[in-house]
Design a protein around this ligand. Sequence first.
Ligand code: ARG
Length: 575
Amino acid sequence: MNNCFIITDILSKLMQAAMEHAFPGQLNTFTATVTETANPEFGDYQCNDAMSLAKLLKKKPRDVASELLNALPENAVISKTDIAGPGFINLTLSPDWLVGKLDAISSSVKLGVPDVGEGKTIVIDYSSPNVAKPMHIGHIRSTIIGNSIDKMHRYLGYKVVSDNHLGDWGTQFGIIIMGYRHFVDKQALQDSPVEELERVYVASYKKTEDDEEWKNQCRKELVKLQAGDPENLRLWKEFVDISMREFERIYNRLGVSFDLVRGESYYNPKLKGVVEELKGKGIAKESEGAMVVFLEEEKLPVCIVRKSDEGFNYATTDIATIESRVGEFSPAKIIYVTDERQQLHFKQIFAICRRIGVNVPLDHVWFGLMRLPEGTFSTRQGNVIKLESLLDEAVSRAKELARQSSPDTSEEQLNEVAKVVGIGAVKYADLSQNPQTTITFTWDKAMALNGNSGPYLQYAYARIASVIDKYRDNYPDKDLEKYPINLTERIERDLAIRLIRFPDIVIRAAHSYKPSMIADYLFDLAQTYSSFYQNVPFLKAEEGVRESRVRLCALVSKVLKKGLDLLGIGTLDRI
Ligand code: ARG
């Protein structure tokens, strides 16, 4: 594994060596940590370990800090150190070393991002809407966030198995089958199939609430389906196909695809075995006719794995799914992306799986609510059609934006731009936020050309591309790579420091499941670039300086493009 691009690692190792040298045999398991400084006044990186080490060693933090610095091994990386406040150690990178890293990154195919995931498989379960039930904004968020986590891991060299765990099995089908038999409007089914299925589902569901007989019938139809009744299976298949076609339309627009679309039904044959296993191992017990797992030890409520009517449920399916994935893929971890309402569910099934002996890390990535603009969704949770209208509106707003910024563009080109910018705006509005808070989507923010938005970054990218084009037009024969990068101005150094942080950021964002880290990084990079571009002469600078600056510029453009790609957002050279 090539870690020479993970700057925090390189610096941590140096600090670690200093620690071991300064305090031999006294560190126990203490390991050094170095992080980026937010404020460049305090150097480029900082190490705050002196404070906690001081406690361990019963010394003064500032003394510990200065002993550490005295013991720092001879190296070409750090050119300046100082101690601030109670004992913060500030580290400044050597200019030559920095330039060397920039050179290495610009000639690296993956911009220095190492294959930390090589040889490891991970499974990501995301999107996962329910057949014939409304696809709500939560599923869209799961699709967007999940896809970015998926892409980041692939880029890090993991073998990723993405699985769209469709809700295509379960109690709703008895209800839909009854609804379909009694209420379906064939014409409506042809014109807008998913809406009609939803309507039928809702009508039948309402009837179950005050009509016991109807409810029983629904249950019977479900049992028939689960027993393999050919007619019910045929209907079920039709419902799945109808829904899948609609989902596919959304996935195409979002540029998302999956390795597997197994759905809950795939695991149906395994459910009985799972419950038997749980019973055999003494994990599940009979209680009031049902099979349940008590999770008092984990301080969680009881989890039903087989209902008193012999039916299995969502939890049983998920346990079977985990066993199946572990057996088939031997993953290094399994990741689930859903809205916050499923936290308890995953805590329960993860706890049960641990009792069975599954030791693969299982992570639930959850996100909060997203409030949409007034009127986008009615009181009901909304459906695919309404979600599509959100995307339509984004695209038409992006088209207006593009028309204003370049009025001479052809209609065809405007449409192309609008697609990339509109979808990018929706994705970025989602991904740039901390997912675990309630966020409010507003068009002004999502489309802001001068704020932290997808369009801002896409336009920044296109402007850089045009600077590079202009350079190429003016100096067609120059071999840029032959010119060294020189960081003479402060702003050039600021830009360089950010560029070499890209590998660190990607690794951290992927492993903490936070696409927002990439978004924050890209926004900061684009802003730094913009003050670089405004404050130093560029194409008009003298030879050498000019080439150095164009090289920096080219690297910014590569990093922006790749960073946006990791968020699932496209770029255009011309807008
Ligand atoms: N279909 C579920 C829902 O819409 C989400 C499934 C998430 N994945 C899982 N393996 N449980 O609520």
